[in-house]
Design a protein. Structure first.
Ligand SMILES: C[S@@+](CC[C@H](N)C(=O)[O-])C[C@H]1O[C@@H](n2cnc3c(N)ncnc32)[C@H](O)[C@@H]1O
Length: 373
């Protein structure tokens, strides 16, 4: 039996064991009429709503989940629940991504992972001179700069934030002896194993270098740890026909970021309406690189709606999912503020000479030929 199914996948090109397990998924037909509507932000739990998306319809899913770093919107999750959420959501993606399509996960390692089994770090502070800063100095500084937080006050007074807190409250903000130690938890391995179990293959990974987050770096003054300044993009591929089109980016774009592993993109300056937005440039690059106009882009942790905005600006359709009703409202508002855009046809790229698009021809390649050579 040798055939391409309706999704363009030649099942015979898959390893035999995958033919058996993946075949039924690619052939899956669900004749329900009620799928999640396109170009809308849907309120609900990603793990429950993803199964309501039309099978094999999503060209790209790009999202940034809760990172398990203590944000308000993830307070309902313990570490086990967080792992269950992510593994379930990843597994729910396999049936809905188009064969040859991509799932892109933006995530960072957990830098302050509480671990009661970790031995206490025996820190010998070399310059253990008592700080001359008094309680009155702190109170004066607070009066002078009421808008300063603890870290800014410490910087202003030339002492550690621990000293500020000790002078004000007589306690140690890093916790007493009974507090669990914290360590770094790398998440890439977890994400890769969940995606592999779902049927995806890790196709690429990139690093997003953002602004150094000094403010969040509770240890900047008392350890050898680095500040938080980069995140990952893991790009997973669902086996199938993938169009490789060098005309999606200009020559300059290929040179500056399309072919580069490290992306320098400033963080969002004001997280005034959402705790953890990513900059619109991040999903925009992924969308430009991996999709064509009119394709459907999914974000199942859409927060303030950044991915939908990026999709609209690139002439793509979108599906957004978000648990928090407040963020749903925010995302819908952002979407409604985007001027309606005529969907460009892909051919228009070829004639856009001002853009210096690459002259290399488009290639349709089968799964085996999709690599970086
Ligand atoms: C890191 S933020 C995403 C921010 C988004 N990229 C932006 O630019 O605004 C993660 C989002 O996931 C949402 N969330 C948490 N648990 C969820 C769940 N089970 N289903 C859907 N959304 C969830 C949170 O409310 C939060 O808005």
């Amino acid at each position: 039996m040798s055939y391409r199914n309706e999704n363009g996948l030649n099942l015979q090109r898959l390893p035999p064991e995958l033919q058996a397990s993946l075949g039924p998924l690619y052939e899956h037909k669900d004749h329900r009429q009620e799928y999640l509507s396109i170009n809308e932000i849907h309120q609900g739990d990603a793990a429950q709503l993803l199964i309501q998306i039309e099978p094999n319809s999503i060209s790209l899913s790009v999202w940034s989940p809760p990172y398990f770093v203590g944000k308000e919107y993830e307070a309902y999750l313990d570490f086990e629940g967080w792992q269950t959420l992510l593994s379930t959501v990843i597994a729910c993606h396999f049936p809905i991504i188009k064969p040859g399509g991509f799932l892109v996960i933006n995530i960072a390692d957990i830098l302050v992972f509480r671990d009661p089994t970790m031995p206490r770090i025996q820190a010998e502070v070399v310059r253990r001179k008592r700080s001359p800063v008094t309680r009155q100095d702190v109170l004066d500084a607070m009066q002078q700069h009421p808008e300063y937080n603890r870290y800014q006050l410490a910087q202003f007074l030339g002492c550690s934030e621990q000293t500020v807190d000790r002078r004000l409250n007589g306690n140690n903000i890093r916790g007493g002896k009974s507090e669990a130690q914290t360590r770094v938890k790398v998440v890439g391995g977890l994400v890769e194993s969940w995606a592999s179990a779902a049927g995806f293959y890790l196709y690429d990974r990139r690093i997003w270098v953002k602004d150094p987050a000094w403010e969040n770096s509770q240890w900047a003054s008392l350890s050898y740890r680095a500040v938080d300044e980069f995140e990952y993009l893991y790009i997973f591929w669902k086996p199938g026909v993938t169009k490789i089109d060098r005309n999606r980016l200009t020559r300059n774009e290929w040179r500056d970021w399309g072919s580069r592993a490290v992306w320098q993109i400033p963080s969002v300056r004001t997280n005034d309406d959402h705790e953890a937005k990513f900059p619109v440039a991040l999903p925009t690059r992924i969308i430009q690189l991996l999709t064509d106009p009119d394709d459907i882009v999914l974000d199942c942790f859409i927060g303030s709606g950044t991915t939908a905005v990026a999709a609209i600006r690139q002439g793509r359709r979108f599906v957004g999912i978000e648990l928090s009703p407040d963020y749903v409202e925010l995302a819908r508002r952002k979407v409604s503020q985007e001027p309606p855009r005529l969907l460009e046809k892909h051919e228009s790229y070829q004639t856009d000479s001002s853009d210096e698009r690459s002259s290399s021809p488009s290639l349709d390649v089968s799964a085996e030929h999709v690599d970086r050579s």
